[in-house]
Design a protein around this ligand. Structure first.
Ligand code: 5AD
Ligand code: SF4
Length: 434
């Protein structure tokens, strides 16, 4: 029996997909990349932008024939899109090829759900909450592992549908997080990424986020530690101090900006100003001069004027981000911003998006080219996706590097001289120790 998982969306979903892969493998399934060979296709969905949803509907539509060819197959949908009413109802009504639907909080019940579909031959829908401890998974091709520290979000940024899909914040007990990191280190994992929608507000009743990070960084065998995502409103000096005190914490900070205009930030319900953001950048760079910065930016939020947009471009020029995820605002049903009657038209949104890229890409390239000639510590985590003779890894700033080498280096930290760069990646060669 074979399975294929299709993952949309963020690292949370990627991690959930890994856990589901692990569960399917304990049930005797083996992975395949070919839909034609698969007995079960699991689609892990995202709803953060309309495009993400349209892609899911498109792919599910295209799998109708796949399902009809062998009706005993399972086409399962899970993830954020299944957590809110509208998309799920459309699937239930118009896509009979889908015979299993479940939510983000009951992944641990996947084996029972699959069994139920087989036993009853009926469509099974289950999005109820289940006390779900992250099962372990084995990834033989990588030395990198995600670890969930919290789920949900309480921020209600006015554009964002995630709080409606993933529910309120819940922190996983620190002792469970630490036990998982110890176990991962024991199994040879060298790099861990702590995951939460909003890690800075982690609080399990015993530790807050800086304290948790401090303890995870001390776990023997963890050579590199990353975390995602932070909200600028509650980035504390203590967090900066903990980062600076541990060499194995990545010298990289992902700090979603969203907009450089105070008016737009206020209407987005972000609880910080551009000056506060610039101040955080200063503090991070003062504490760790080699820190790399990345961000998320949305153009075309309702009511965004040319002046607001100019403020975003200006802030990008000032900060000089190493990299950024850029988005065109997409109205999400049920959110406050979607109800506004001053939506920016599509043409203006695409023009502003292009203007943003025109500012950002040369900065990424400049930053990356500045690195040429330097020697960095790279932790190799996998064979390069586009070139089987190369390995991919990250340096301590979290920058992606492609370096010639064989799989035996996976999980190893090696010195690499950077020889070339484009806007999105660095290229280099291993430096032989003398
Ligand atoms: N439209 C466009 N981008 C969005 N994001 C979240 N909601 C929307 C939306 N409605 C972006 C934000 C967030 C990232 C994960 O997705 O930039 O940080
Ligand atoms: Fe991730 Fe948010 Fe998309 Fe869910 S909706 S997959 S949490 S980006």
């Amino acid at each position: 029996m074979k399975y294929k998982i299709i993952t949309h969306g963020c690292q949370m979903n990627e991690h959930d997909s890994e856990r589901m892969a692990y569960l399917l493998e304990t049930m005797g399934y083996t992975p395949t990349s070919e839909p034609a060979e698969a007995d079960i296709i699991l689609m892990n969905t995202c709803l953060v932008r309309e495009n993400a949803e349209l892609k899911v509907f498109g792919q599910v539509g295209a799998l109708k024939k796949w399902k009809e060819a062998r009706p005993g197959r399972i086409l399962a949908l899970c993830g954020c899109m299944m957590q809110t009413g509208a998309a799920k109802d459309t699937i239930l009504r118009s896509y009979p090829q889908v015979n299993l639907i479940f939510g983000t909080q009951n992944i641990g019940r996947l084996p029972q759900l699959v069994e139920e579909v087989h036993r009853t031959g009926e469509r099974v829908v289950d999005i109820t909450k289940f006390e779900d401890e992250a099962p372990f998974y084995e990834r033989t091709d990588s030395s990198f592992a995600y670890v969930n520290i919290m789920t949900g979000c309480n921020n209600f940024c006015s554009y964002c549908i995630v709080p409606y899909a993933r529910g309120r914040e819940e922190s996983r007990p620190a002792e469970k997080v630490l036990a998982e990191v110890h176990a991962l280190a024991g199994r040879g994992y060298r790099e861990v990424m702590l995951l939460g929608q909003n890690v800075n507000s982690y609080a399990d009743g015993t530790l807050d986020f800086p304290e948790l990070l401090d303890q995870v960084a001390d776990v023997p065998g963890i050579e590199r530690l990353r975390f995602m995502s932070s909200h600028p409103k509650d980035l504390s000096d203590r967090l900066i101090q903990v980062m600076a005190a541990h060499e194995n914490i990545e010298r990289h900070f992902h700090l979603p900006l969203q907009s450089g205009s105070d008016k737009v930030l206020r209407e987005m319900n972000r609880h910080y100003t551009r000056d506060h953001y610039l101040d955080l950048v200063d503090r991070l760079r003062k504490a760790m001069p080699d820190i790399g910065l990345s961000t998320d930016i949305i153009v075309g939020f309702p009511g965004e004027t040319e002046e607001d947009h100019a403020q975003t471009l200006d802030l990008c020029r000032r900060v000089e981000f190493n990299t950024a995820f850029t988005f065109i605002y997409s109205p999400r049903p049920g959110t406050r911003a979607a109800k506004r009657d001053d939506q920016v038209d599509e043409k203006t949104k695409s023009r502003r998006f292009q203007e943003l890229l025109d500012v950002l890409y040369p900065i990424f390239l400049k930053k990356n080219r500045e690195a040429i000639g330097s020697i960095v510590d790279v932790l190799f985590d996998s064979v390069s996706k586009n070139d089987a003779t190369k390995l991919s890894g990250r340096d301590s700033q979290g920058r992606l590097l492609h370096v010639p080498g064989g799989a035996s280096y996976i999980g190893k930290m090696e010195k690499v001289r950077i020889t070339d760069a484009n806007s999105f990646a660095l290229f280099g060669e291993r430096v032989k120790e003398v």
